[in-house]
Ligand binder design. Sequence first.
Ligand code: AN0
Ligand code: CP
Length: 316
Amino acid sequence: MKTFTSITQLGDLQAALKEALWVKQNPFADKKLGENKTALLVFFNNSLRTRLSTQKAALNLGMNVMVLDVNQGAWKLETERGVIMDSDKSEHLLEAIPVMGSYCDVIGVRSFARFESREDDYNEVILNQFIKYSGKPVFSMEAATRHPLQTFADLITIEEHKTKARPKVVMTWAPHPKALPQAVPNSFAEGLNMTDYEFVIANPEGYDLAPEFVGNAKVTHNQDEALEGADFVYAKNWAPYGAENYGKVICRDMGWTVTAEKMALTDNAFFMHCLPVRRNMIVSDDVIESERSLVIPEAANRVVSAQTVLKMLISE
Ligand code: AN0
Ligand code: CP
């Protein structure tokens, strides 16, 4: 594996899940693999889990780790080619990327959708420049359209908790005060489409995801109907994908918040969310604190997903 930007690059999902569960049981077995290898983690956006879990994963593999917060202490970067650089941006990404690449063996990038241009976001212009110009294996730590390390951790968590071969998994939109990217829901849908689980996406009208990510999922605008008989409820906010309202907030309906009444419609489902989560917007206090809430083990599995992927990247 030369890059990891989509969950589909894992290939055989069952084999990858098996490997992940082995890594979880044997976290220090590959301590020699990363000796004298350096991972550079580059953040254009904030992070708690990705920052810490990916560092921990690299350390478990015996690697050195360097972290760069581009917006704190680095030069302000120009990303467009051809501009006259007479503004506040001191350095161009086209120099910065190969320089960063020269200091490491593998490079992780977090670069969210900017919601300035749907075309630029969905063409992954920042991530693809790292792939093109760094000269090193690149992995996504959430880019504009996908968050594959999160999705892998989500799938590991479902694998550990499912009690039937084909659980019903419902991904539901929930309200949030700000416009959030589609990366997490796109990626989760992409991952679920690699399974044979029953997969339903519930969202208000105007919030349908891009068809290439929805895939074979059933899409409904009726949350209550979707929740009936669910084994897993995966909540997430995202902003509209449609060209007209791309990246705007068009629904604030608190009737979509995942509450105990909503969970009562399910088959005693587990609750999942990638975090960070806004309580009593996305999910009520009692649901996230309930014994069916998986948010903490799900976040803990981020170390496992990152370690499994880093292992694949440095083994080649
Ligand atoms: C980000 C998002 O929704 O994509 C990161 C989630 C892992 N969330 C926020 O910005 C709150
Ligand atoms: N779930 C997740 O990626 O969290 P962070 O944004 O804190 O890294």
